[in-house]
Design a protein around this ligand. Sequence first.
Ligand code: SF4
Ligand code: ZN
Length: 476
Amino acid sequence: MSFSDMPVDVGPVYEGERIRGNQMYVELGGPKIKKHFELVRVKSAKEIKDGDVRLIGPDLTDMEEGERYPIGILVEVAGPELEEDLEAVFERRVHEFCNFVNGIMHLNQRYTNWMRISKSAFAKGLNNFEMLGTILIRLYKAELSIIKQAQVTFYTDAKEIEKPYEMAMQIYEKRDERARTIHDEDVDMFYGCVLCQSFAPTHACCITPDRTSLCGSINWFDARAAAKVDPKGPLFEVPPGECLNEEAGEFTGVNQMIKKRSLGEIERIYLYSGMEFPHTSCGCFEAIDFYIPEVNGHGIVDRNFDGVAINGLPFSAMANQTGGGKQMPGFNGVSIQYIVSPKYQSYDGLQMGLDGGIYTIVWMPKAVKDRVGEFLPEDLVNKIATEEEVQDLNKLKDWLKENNHPVVETWAELEAMEEEEEEEWEEAGAMVPMGTVGMTIPGIGGAGGFKVILKNCKIHAESIIIKKIEPKRRKK
Ligand code: SF4
Ligand code: ZN
């Protein structure tokens, strides 16, 4: 496969390329554009005109520099071994293949896809979608040899994109609906994905029926189909092995997989916890589950939320804390689909004496609640605040009390425990146990907050005092 006829280079070496606002010729999709998508469909050979690239809407040369436009990418593929279950995994490769192009930056997936074309690539001659489509077709056929024919259609017109966008949304929903029908205990094989290691070298997804990949685009069925046709590819089988802790979702096979794939960096994963040995997060999670110490609860913020979350931080700031392939207790990248699973962070909920992980959730953006609300426990859904009810951490506590949120019951116990500990520390001359390996103190929200990570460190001190100042509860 050659790209010598193209005005820009194409190859994996360009994957990490970032195109900043002042370097971009145009932006396609992204959070400021309402309707955009990328979709792969498996078709019969006779429905495909191999190599064909179509454009519905303005081409790059018709676009105004510095502006934003919708983007729909529909890739249709055919091949005798192809099946519908492979569509989602093929679709995830749009991200990788677009990023191979020097001068194109691609982020996210499905209906959150976000691209930038650089000014320099445009100046070099990458000025039409025909070229991008041709590159995609060549890469699809070269990298996935079971694809024999491919055609690509781009939509860049705000009106024309509406119909295919609705179709794409229906297809995503159909995939998600199917994923909701099975659970981890129903299967004897999990799957792994390392597609994001070019950005986060210690990250590998473990994909189970209850834990759709954090990018939201690969569910258990999709991963199974991909591992079947290309067992040596980026998606592979993960035999769960022995279950070491049912509540936490700790499996010997998953631990072995992450140890091997993170090159020894990470040794244990609790699939159902954001607080202890959480699943690693790369950078393309659909949402973040974050701990809110002030109310001993969790919030969820999704990528599309452009305001400030209840802890005073925007998604982007929390994404920096969460991503990069680290194991970050208190900040966990998740898919929207995982939120509706009965296993959702269930360990964290059970540890708090609640009925499940979803009961730890005190706040989420309205748009997320609209999407997941019908699948949440009926007795809980009205007790979760959104930005419409509460925007500020100070008011959240009262709101949760008024609405009788289950976390409120944990406060009394927590306060009693804190007071007891406080007394113990005082009696013991303020000796505080320290120095666990990789210990993380999740961000103290509110006015921005901070985080302390102590990793493989040794601390020698006569004494350390860490005090939370809460005058009301102080006895002295
Ligand atoms: Fe694969 Fe996970 Fe990256 Fe999705 S987020 S592409 S499942 S590694
Ligand atoms: Zn990723």
